[in-house]
Design a protein around this ligand. Structure first.
Ligand code: 26W
Length: 807
């Protein structure tokens, strides 16, 4: 219910913004102006909360976590903030007076797509929980002018368009020109002694300004906000007046452009490091500005740098910000005159690291020459960290070259960022129980032997207020009715819902909610893409980045089999079902783009065959993003989580599906293992090889043709790939699946295919029994509390950051 008092104030605020910034009254305002004016009033409230937060921080002197991450996939802010502030109804009623629909204003906002996928969305979910749980926190990242590219499908093929988000998104950013910092690149250094200190002089270096923009993130029900500080690069001397007066306008702007390019665009790859200079500059720019900011804050609050570990936890989210280690050393030694040992002690008590992937090609390394050239002092410090480390290790393991080499921070002329991160961190964690176990046995085996106490697990989690309360109002209302509203602040309360698992009325209501959500999603898809899907069919969904290890192809093989069955016999008994895909491929990842093309061509082929389409439909969502996910998760029934076991660190999509009542169809990989443990074998569909079986098979040698020769079904599927869809052959993909050695399918789709289809048939049978399936759905919702980001954050706060809550 809207309160009259609050409504009047809101109205007054909006009208003031409209008048001040756009010179209009509500009746004459465009939707865009209204969206911006409304957003500005919300930002004002957040700023007020931030002021209160700062005052409390001053009083209580608490430790704060600084979360460093190259990506924060925030999505939209208006809706979330109105929900979190509890002001949805008040704003809705004000806007109604102007004859404007609040939902339409939500749609005016572009997604802040400052991330690629799981890693970035996790960081955003964590900011939300940190605020909701009253933990003092600040995130640091870059203010990319262009976020993750917009995906446009042209004749089935992915093309990329720039993501211009600032015109609509900037209203959420508060510029902080009072906190500008400087970052140095390039040149060369010389060193001398002065008053017993080593002084480093920089020559011919380039100084770039780091201008902060704050994005304030509210947490549901709490009175505090987290600040996400985004750095923008800009030139110190923005303008070359001499060139300008000589008429050379391009040259006059050159320096400006060179500097600004650093924060122009987010790197669109989440699986490959290419060792690009610009990416190194981005990483150091983030790290240097953020560490200076942290130290300035600390000295202002506590005067003594030696207390840093008690008052600041610095988190390295994946290795991308790992240069914060040498940067912190640099500032402690060069600017604050600490000795090496004291500085190193501070660093190693302050820094912790989360690993998010075991994929070899994603483990970052930087060429030594490049580092030397771009960051001479930082490179020198890394060499010294490694020299000392290697000396210690040599004492421990004299002569054991292989082991020592594995621990070294440098090898093959490259600095290994993961090794640097582990060595400098007091705690290292993986993101699911399985993954945390795997890193101890594989990539960090030698480190684990050396310092086993460093390693721990924190299973990922999702912002359940965004992904359930806000995204699925129908289900939220049913939960409120049955178990009360406690789940909103304490997700473990969802367990109470389980007492309804045999309650037919509730199960039927669940089915009806799902159906309505499917209708909503189908409408949205039609509106956006002109694609028709039937909400009466089963929605079987796989949405995530496109990567061979995630095995969208395996799903496609199953679909082709169903297609073949229907071509042979249009009357075959097949449950009407719609496969929904959403995925972006890294722009240079050709194979991934081919898979996208294949999916689109199958969809096209099916659309030309109405008799098939009635039972088997395929839809590809163009430009899958956070906002689309918010509408899709509540509408999904089957959640495909079918990565090759051992490859998906955790997955977080799996959790978003689960909390919205979709049933997981997946392998024993990442957090699926814990989902399975929570819901029990009867409420999940598990198939495929275990990690051990995967390792064994790979060691024995994966012979793809064996599966081909031994299965008529697979032969027909592969033959169909060659024959093609809608007139286009996919010979390449057939070859990829069949070749052993060289470009062979390392993710062994064919080895898991048979069991995948077996379990598909079991799933299909269960689905036909409506109540049984709804019961599974209910159990999934009830057990999802364990996968709330609130739980993850409590784990981090207790075990890694040692934080206390603000009172
Ligand atoms: C430099 C290229 C690059 C960029 C991003 C390499 C690796 C990454 C990320 C670490 C990839 C990523 O997003 N990993 C995902 O992290 C999620 C959050 O922990 C997990 O749920 C996913 O399983 C994992 O793939």
């Amino acid at each position: 219910m809207a309160s009259k008092n609050s409504v009047n104030i809101i109205k007054q605020n909006i009208e003031e913004k409209l008048s001040r910034y756009f010179g209009v009254v509500p009746a004459d305002a465009t939707q865009d102006q209204l969206y911006k004016a409304v957003s500005m009033t919300v930002v004002d409230m957040l700023l007020e909360q931030k002021r209160q937060f700062n005052a409390k921080m001053k009083e209580q002197n608490l430790k704060r976590v600084y979360y460093l991450c190259m990506e924060f996939l925030v999505g939209r802010s208006l809706k979330t903030n109105l929900y979190n502030l509890g002001l949805v109804e008040d704003y809705r009623s004000v806007l109604n007076e102007y004859n404007v629909d609040l939902n339409e204003l939500y749609e005016m906002e572009p997604d802040a797509g400052l991330g690629n996928g799981g890693l970035g969305r996790l960081a955003a979910c964590f900011m939300d929980s940190l605020a909701a749980l009253n933990y003092p926190a600040m995130g640091f990242s870059l203010r990319y002018e262009y976020g993750l590219f917009k995906q446009k499908i042209v004749d089935g093929w992915q093309t990329e368009m720039p993501d211009v988000w600032l015109p609509g998104g900037e209203v959420w950013l508060t510029p902080r020109s009072d906190r500008v910092l400087k970052v140095r690149f390039g040149g060369w250094i010389s060193q001398r002694e002065e008053n017993g200190h080593l002084v480093t002089d920089y020559h011919d270096d380039t100084v770039i300004e780091a201008m902060p923009y704050d994005l304030l993130i509210s947490g549901g029900g709490s009175k505090i906000v987290s600040t996400l500080r985004l750095w923008k690069a800009r030139s110190v001397n923005t303008f070359d007046m001499k060139s300008f007066s000589q008429g050379d306008y391009t040259k006059a702007m050159e320096k400006n452009n060179d500097a600004e390019v650093i924060t122009k665009v987010l790197y669109p790859s989440d699986d490959h490091t290419q060792g690009k200079t610009l990416r190194l500059k981005q990483q150091y720019f983030l790290v240097s500005a953020s560490i200076q900011n942290i130290i300035n804050d600390h000295l202002k609050r506590f005067k003594d740098i030696r207390t840093l570990p008690e008052k600041a936890a610095i988190h390295i989210n994946d290795t991308h910000p790992a240069l914060c280690v040498p940067e912190l050393m640099r500032i402690l030694m060069d600017d604050l005159y600490l000795g090496w040992d004291e500085a190193w002690d501070i660093v190693t008590r302050t820094v912790a690291y989360t690993n998010h992937t075991v994929m070899a090609e994603a483990l970052e390394t930087w060429n030594e020459d490049l580092l030397h050239r771009i960051l001479p002092r930082i490179y020198q410090i890394i060499l010294e960290i490694n020299r000392r480390f290697m000396a210690d290790v040599w004492n421990l393991y004299p002569g054991q070259w292989e082991r020592i080499n594995k621990l070294s921070l440098i090898g093959d002329n490259h600095v290994r960022m993961a090794n640097l991160s582990v060595h400098a961190s007091h705690t290292v964690n993986g993101v699911s129980a399985l993954h945390s176990d795997i890193i101890k046995r594989s990539i960090f085996k030698e480190f684990h032997t050396l310092t086993p106490e460093k390693f721990t697990n924190v299973t990922n989690g999702i912002a359940h207020r965004r992904w359930l309360h806000q995204s699925n109002p129908r289900l939220s209302a049913l939960l409120d009715e049955t178990i009360g509203h406690g789940w909103y602040s304490d997700a473990s309360d969802l367990k109470k819902f389980r007492v309804y698992e045999n309650d037919e009325k509730v199960l039927n209501e669940l089915a009806e909610i799902k159906y309505q959500n499917k209708v909503d999603f189908a409408n949205r898809l039609y509106k956006k893409q002109g694609v028709l899907i039937d909400p009466k069919t089963r929605f079987d969904v796989q949405v995530k980045r496109l990567h061979a290890y995630k095995r969208q192809l395996l799903n496609v093989l199953k679909i082709i089999n169903l297609y073949n069955i229907l071509v042979e016999n249009p009357n075959a008994d097949i449950t009407p079902q719609t496969y929904i895909f959403g995925a972006k491929a890294a722009p240079g990842y050709y194979h991934a783009k081919e898979v996208i093309e294949l999916i689109n061509y199958i969809a096209k082929d099916i659309s030309m065959h109405p008799e098939i389409k009635a039972k088997l439909n395929v839809a590809f969502i163009e430009d899958y993003c956070v906002s689309t996910a918010e509408c899709l998760m509540p509408a999904s029934e089957i959640s495909e989580q079918i990565s090759l076991a051992g490859k998906e660190a955790s997955g977080t999509g799996n959790m978003k599906f689960m909390i919205n009542g979709a049933v997981t169809f997946g392998t024993m990989d990442g957090a699926n293992v814990e989902i399975c443990d929570s819901v029990g074998n009867d409420n999940i569909f598990i198939f495929g090889m275990s990690t051990k079986e995967v390792d064994d098979l790979w060691a024995r040698g994966y012979n793809s043709t064996y599966y081909y020769n031994n299965s008529m079904e697979l032969r027909k599927i592969i033959d169909r790939l060659k024959k093609g869809f809608a007139g286009k052959s996919f010979e390449n993909i057939a070859t990829y699946l069949l070749t052993s050695g060289g470009i062979a399918d390392q993710y062994m789709c064919l080895a898991d295919y048979e069991n995948y289809f077996e379990v598909y048939k079991q799933m299909d049978k269960v689905y036909k029994n409506k109540l049984q399936f709804q019961k599974m759905s209910l159990v999934n919702i009830s057990e999802a509390g364990r996968f709330a980001a609130d739980r993850s954050i409590e784990d981090y706060a207790r075990d890694i950051w040692h934080l206390k809550k603000l009172k």
